[in-house]
Structure formats: structure tokens, C-alpha cells
Design a protein around this ligand. Sequence first.
Ligand code: MLT
Length: 264
Amino acid sequence: MKKTINGLSVYLSGNNESKTILFVHGFPFDHTMWQKQVDELSKDYLCISYDIRGLGESPAGDGQYTMESFIDDLEMILDELKLDKPILCGLSMGGYISLRALERIKEKFSAAILCDTKSEADNNEGKLKRAAGIKRIIKEGLAPFAKDFITNCFGDDFKQSRKEELQKIIEKSSQFNPVGVKGSLLAMLSRTDTTISLSNIKLPTLIICGEQDALTPPSVMKDMFHRINKADFVEIPKAGHMAPIENPQMVNKAIRDFLVKNNL
Ligand code: MLT
């Protein structure tokens, strides 16, 4: 079922009476990156995913986003749907949103799943890369940026064996509104560093990282894992930065094992 909340496209799948998992996607993707997880987990959970403002089917508006406005959007969904302490599951930019939400509104969640993400803010080199990305989109349009960025997100196994799937993902993201994509880049560029708060996360937390993740590699995610009290770490074989798409069976198993272990 699709709902529109504060202009955002929100997708619900599964039983309303069940425990909820709220999925937050990465950049520059949309809610469908979680499809394989939703297909499996909606058998036992209410799975909610949404398109972050400016991406997928959620309108771009003025493109003036911050990580804070992304949390406001997330909170609006929680409140509007009256969600009772869902499990928060975010990948990469969705992980940045989740980590900041765990600082601002942690009492609203029962557990966290952090996939292929990091707590550090962009350093100067990272900020300049984002600025160059924005400049490139203005100059060349979205497609060349989307192709390069998205290709870099996937591991070698996926790139070699699932070329058509990769092409489809690139084509889809190339159709997004460039205003929204540039807005997300600005929000990521200006986000705060959440590393200091990792030791305050008391919720059961699962850290998932693709073994071939070049953007947020296992070494970075292991460091995050060591800073969180009640965390589990799972490295996903044959997967890069987009582990839930690249190796959904192993990601689904890791999530299921974590949920069972924590009686969720
Ligand atoms: C993502 O997958 O959301 C992006 O790689 C995040 C980023 O560019 O920092």
C-alpha cells in the first residue's frame, strides 16, 4: 500500500499488527533498494519504506535539504503512522539519517540496523567531491554523475555478473529530479559527525557491511561496531556498498538472526 505523508511517498507491506521495520534508503536510490528485504520480512513484520525527499517519487520542492530536515521527515512518518518503536534500518545516507535520528529521537525506536554507512562527517576532501558532483550535474545533467556514482557503489561480483540489473538501476536514478539529487548532496556535505554518540546507543544494533564495500569499508564499520554497546557485526560476502541488493539472502539472514536473538 502506498501513502503520501507530508508530500513523501511511503510504502507499507505486511501485517499492521506486527512489529515494524522502517527502511531508509541510500543515495542516489529510492525505496526499491530494499525490495528483497521487504519481500522476505513482510511475512512476519510490517515493513515500511519511503522515498527520501527529492529522490524516487518524493517531490524535490526547493532542494534545500539538511540532515535535520531529513530527520523531521522521518519523524513526521513515525508520528503520522503512529508507529510504536519500530526497528530503524538505514543504508549509507539512510544510515546517516538513522544515526542522527538516534541522537535526536532515540526513544522512538526499539533497535537499529546500520548497513554500509559511517558516523564520520565529510572531511574537506569529501566536501570538495560533493561540490564537484553538484557542479557536474549542473554542467552535464544527472545521467553521467549517476552512472559513475552508482557503478562505484557495487562490488566486482555484481558488476561482472549482473550488468543488466546495474544498468536498470542507473537508468532509474538518472530520471530523478536533479534538484533533489543536488539537495541530498548538500545535506550530506553539511551533516554533523555522530561518532561521539555511538557509545550512547543502548538499543540492540546490527552492523552490516559488504566485504567489497569501497565507500564505507569493513574496517570503518568495525570501528563503529566497537564503539556501540550492544552491537553485532556481520560482513556480507560477494557484496559491495549495496549489500541488500547484491547479496539479499545473506543480508536477510543477518537481519532475521538479529531479530530472533533480540526477541524483536
Ligand atoms: C549512499 O549510498 O547513500 C552514499 O554513498 C552516501 C555518500 O555518498 O556518502
